[in-house]
Design a protein around this ligand. Structure first.
Ligand code: KIV
Length: 267
């Protein structure tokens, strides 16, 4: 087994120009496969609201949902840095409450770091979490908990003023002490500019190839996505088809009496 990945390795990888890999996972078996495959970090994203719970956005996810799934994932992970995503409403109200929620996600969920969405408006939350000893991953651009403000899942930072705000937000998050920043659904030139202006790594999702690392939702790369399919997704396999064929075969065999046979019975 390779050495355990820590936030220090994220920094080293940026300095060595080694790309950082991140995928979401929400369950023990998938996290085990992802970790054994050598991915650098696993995010128990609030995307679980859509992938696992079937909501059409992430807003209904609770801290308890996230803690339960982060615990399951943590039992599978040996090497990857395990990051828990603070859900909507668990931060941004008051920094002490935010820090308490982050603490819970680490203490009960076994996360090694937490992520939260937002720019300059999150600085106090971020500082408070870091002060109690928890590394924070920032997240700007198309932050899904702002879906109702953005009016849908839309690319951010296309206009110059908005692009400037995102650049400044990234710099403010770095100053506040985050160990890396997720850049979601922003133009590649802006992501490149932000990446070059920071000493900490950027992790892109729909932000082009110049980010220091990439993150995707595991369901999207496996073909298990039943909802929105943004342009930035790359599907590597069609698990939906494989599962569907297996289920149909089982159904047919039970109906026809060809399963179970003497091989699957006890004497
Ligand atoms: O919730 C999530 O999965 C995320 C990633 C896509 C960055 O925030």
């Amino acid at each position: 087994m390779q050495d355990k990945v820590t936030v220090k390795d994220f920094q080293r990888m940026k300095e060595d120009k080694e790309k950082i890999t991140m995928l979401t996972s929400y369950t023990y078996p998938i996290a085990k496969i992802v970790d054994d495959a050598g991915i650098d970090s696993i995010l128990v994203g609030d995307s679980l609201g859509m992938t696992i719970l079937g909501h059409n956005n992430t807003l209904k996810v609770t801290l308890e949902n996230t803690i339960m799934l982060t615990q399951a994932v943590s039992r599978a992970v040996n090497r990857a840095l395990l990051i828990g995503d603070l859900p909507f409403g668990t931060y941004g109200i008051n920094p002490s409450e935010t820090a308490r929620n982050a603490h819970k996600l680490v203490k009960e969920g076994n996360a090694e770091a937490v992520k939260l969405e937002g720019g300059r408006e999150r600085i106090e939350d971020i500082k408070k979490i870091i002060r109690i000893g928890i590394p924070v991953l920032g997240h700007i651009g198309l932050t899904p908990t702002y879906v109702n403000i953005f009016g849908g899942f839309k690319v951010q930072g296309r206009e110059e003023k908005q692009a400037q705000i995102l650049l400044e937000d990234a710099q403010l998050l770095e100053e506040a002490g985050v160990f890396a920043i997720v850049l979601e659904s922003i133009p590649w030139k802006l992501a490149k500019k932000i990446t070059e202006s920071l000493t900490i790594p950027t992790i892109g999702i729909g932000a082009g190839e110049y980010c220091d690392g990439q993150v995707l939702v595991i369901d999207d790369i496996l073909g298990l996505n039943f909802q929105v399919k943004p342009k930035f997704i790359k599907q590597y396999v069609d698990i939906k088809e494989i599962i569907s064929n297996a289920v149909k075969k089982y159904h047919e065999e039970v109906k026809s009496g060809s399963f179970p046979t003497e091989k699957q019975r006890y004497d």
